[in-house]
Design a protein around this ligand. Structure first.
Ligand code: ZN
Length: 115
């Protein structure tokens, strides 16, 4: 799964970068601590969890856009949510996206599938 993820996820992230005119320094796919699906460092490096490949695209896109939004706003303050909403084309539900633990309602299913 990691191999597929390493090919597919960065390709999709670059597509989203182009569509939204954002640019990150580096993308890497590697296992992150439990519940974390993506990270963005202050050096504009984005790390994506290989688990994202088994998500419906709409959801993995939302996680990637969340990380891309951190290229402009390295925090979760109001400006971040406004910017993310513009990327998603819908109101980013602040509760749902509050942490980078996006979509934890599917976590059990994912853990089950990866067992
Ligand atoms: Zn975040």
């Amino acid at each position: 799964m990691e191999q597929v993820a390493s090919a597919v996820l960065p390709a999709r992230l670059h597509e989203l970068e182009r569509e939204n005119k954002l640019h990150c320094q580096n993308v890497c796919v590697k296992t992150l601590p439990k519940d974390i699906l993506g990270q963005c460092s202050s050096l504009k490096d984005i790390t994506l969890s290989p688990k994202l490949v088994i998500f419906p695209q709409r959801m993995s896109d939302a996680v990637m856009l969340h990380e891309l939004a951190h290229l402009r706003h390295l925090n979760h303050r109001k400006g971040f949510w406004t910017f993310l909403s513009s990327l998603l084309g819908e109101d980013a539900d602040e509760e749902k996206f509050k942490s980078d633990i996006a979509y934890c309602e599917h976590r059990d299913m994912i853990d089950f599938l990866l067992r």
